[in-house]
Design a protein around this ligand. Structure first.
Ligand code: ZN
Length: 133
């Protein structure tokens, strides 16, 4: 894995959180993007080589809505940049990690993504992401 690509933070109110993180990071949000298939609205900030992704649920059945209901707002996932997502998925599956999707899927910010189940990663939801170029 190349680096931490971004941290995903679950929030209740995306607009208010964009204002908050603009102040906190001292840099403006560079992209707001809805991922309808995941039931989320996202906002991205660049912080050096890594990013912060804010996620707000757009449906009651969205994984973000369920996360906030259970745990409240906060860090939702850590995303790692990978060069070849299919190869990484095969490698990790062979090591016993549980993949939440069998094939790479389209994520926000022009990425192919795959999530690893937190039960095989000490409770942390891990996202692999590869630039679509
Ligand atoms: Zn993410």
């Amino acid at each position: 894995m190349l680096k931490i690509e971004h941290l995903g933070i679950a929030v209740k109110d995306l607009n208010a959180s964009i204002d908050l993180y603009t102040q906190l990071l001292g840099t403006p949000c560079y992209k707001v993007e809805e991922v309808a298939s995941e039931g989320v609205n996202t906002a991205f900030f660049m912080t050096g080589e890594s990013k912060v992704e804010l996620l707000q649920a757009t449906t009651e059945t969205s994984p973000i809505a369920k996360f906030i209901e259970k745990k409240g707002q906060g860090i939702h996932h850590i995303a790692f940049d990978v060069e070849d997502i299919s190869a990484e998925m095969k490698r990790l599956e062979a090591l016993g990690f549980e993949l939440l999707n069998a094939t790479p899927k389209n994520g926000a910010d022009n990425k192919l993504v795959c999530f690893l189940h937190p039960k095989t990663t000490n409770g942390v939801l891990i996202e692999l992401c590869q630039n679509k170029g």
